[in-house]
Write a protein that binds this ligand. Structure first.
Ligand SMILES: [Zn+2]
Length: 218
């Protein structure tokens, strides 16, 4: 298989690292498809037949915040890898999440991209992660995200602003620690496979992070 011009980028970063923004910028710049687990799930749900019992059960779990069937999500991820390989390649945004997933997913990535796979992690301190995430409030009526600390009611619907349970400092610290321990295992695994893991300082401006990623990719 000719893997010469195709590339895959695995992008990782803790909550608040601006990973989503960077994935979007890179996808546009390098003409790669951004593949995010939540997008895959939403597309699958949108395409499901209304009387598909398996999918309805997964939808119910998703709505109530329960973990989906991980085998199924992995199967969907592998399908998405295969379909993105028809184009220039992909950016894996936020996956693999665990080392067990990395083992399967990287094997399939290598099938399509050979060793043309780059691994980028955006580094951010725990304090900065907490600071950035606890600033985020949402409106009670529609969950519109509000970042400006001077705003007191939602500009779109006038409803009061609240901090989501996910965004209280204690929860952010827990998510941060889980991210660090899972990522350390994934990085060990990738390093053993001979990958060079690129680390970017995530405490710079969005533009500087983007520029640093591009510089270090080549
Ligand atoms: Zn609102």
């Amino acid at each position: 298989m000719d893997t010469g011009r195709k590339q895959a980028i695995i992008l990782m970063g803790p909550p608040g690292s601006g990973k989503d923004t960077q994935a979007e910028l890179l996808a546009r710049e390098l003409k790669l498809e951004e593949i995010k687990t939540s997008h895959i799930i939403e597309q699958k749900f949108a395409a499901a037949e209304p009387n598909d019992a398996v999918m309805n059960e997964e939808k119910r779990k998703y709505k109530s915040g329960e973990l989906l069937d991980q085998k199924l999500v992995e199967e969907w991820t592998l399908e998405a890898i295969a379909s993105a390989a028809a184009g220039r390649g992909l950016i894996a945004n936020g996956w693999p999440r665990r080392v067990e997933e990395a083992q399967t997913e990287v094997e399939v990535l290598e099938k399509y991209y050979g060793k043309n796979i780059k691994v980028v992690t955006i580094a951010l301190s725990e304090e900065e992660s907490v600071k950035r995430n606890s600033k985020r409030r949402v409106c009670r009526a529609n969950g519109h995200p509000i970042l400006d600390p001077d705003i007191t009611v939602c500009p779109e619907d006038g409803s009061p602003l609240i901090t989501r349970a996910d965004d209280i400092p204690e929860t952010i610290r827990k998510r941060y620690q889980v991210y660090l321990s899972e990522t350390a295992l994934i990085i060990d695994f990738l390093t053993q496979k001979g990958y060079n893991v690129i680390t970017i300082d995530g405490e710079q401006s969005i533009e500087d992070v983007h520029r640093e990623i591009l510089n270090k990719l080549w």
